[in-house]
Design a protein around this ligand. Structure first.
Ligand SMILES: [Zn+2]
Length: 129
């Protein structure tokens, strides 16, 4: 009788874990490590100008540490849109991703050299010095 009682509880647990996994796969916030060549290549197939619906050209410029600025430019009507890969932190002194990598590397006992090694190994832009 006890086993019969536990089995449904175990099933419920597995189902709730599955629900959690599905929920997490639909989240689109936070940070990801994305190969920039793949991202820009895929975007170039789908990005069109919001004004004239012509295919737009996208470019990336490494702005500051791990922050990039992306440009979407339409050569037909000269519309130019830009966006950055990270928000600025509340104090307004730096971008969030640069603060996060400093904090993350410190939590594993490393300093600036650790950040540099991590960025080099991951083929990331150099960190802010
Ligand atoms: Zn346009």
């Amino acid at each position: 009788m006890l086993i019969a009682y536990l089995l449904p509880a175990k099933k419920l647990c597995k189902e709730s874990d599955l629900d959690k996994d599905v929920r997490n796969s639909n989240q689109s916030n936070g940070y990801r490590l994305i190969n920039i060549d793949i991202l820009l290549s895929e975007l170039s197939q789908y990005v069109t100008c919001p004004n004239c619906n012509t295919k737009a050209v996208r470019k990336e410029k490494i702005l500051y540490g791990l922050v990039s600025e992306f440009y979407v430019e339409c050569y037909s009507c000269s519309t130019l849109s830009t966006f950055k890969s990270s928000p600025v932190i509340a104090s307004g002194n730096d971008y969030e991703v640069n603060t996060r990598i400093t904090y993350a590397v410190r939590t594993v006992g490393q300093g600036f050299c650790g950040i540099k090694h991590f960025c080099t190994a991951m083929d990331l832009p150099p960190p802010v010095s």
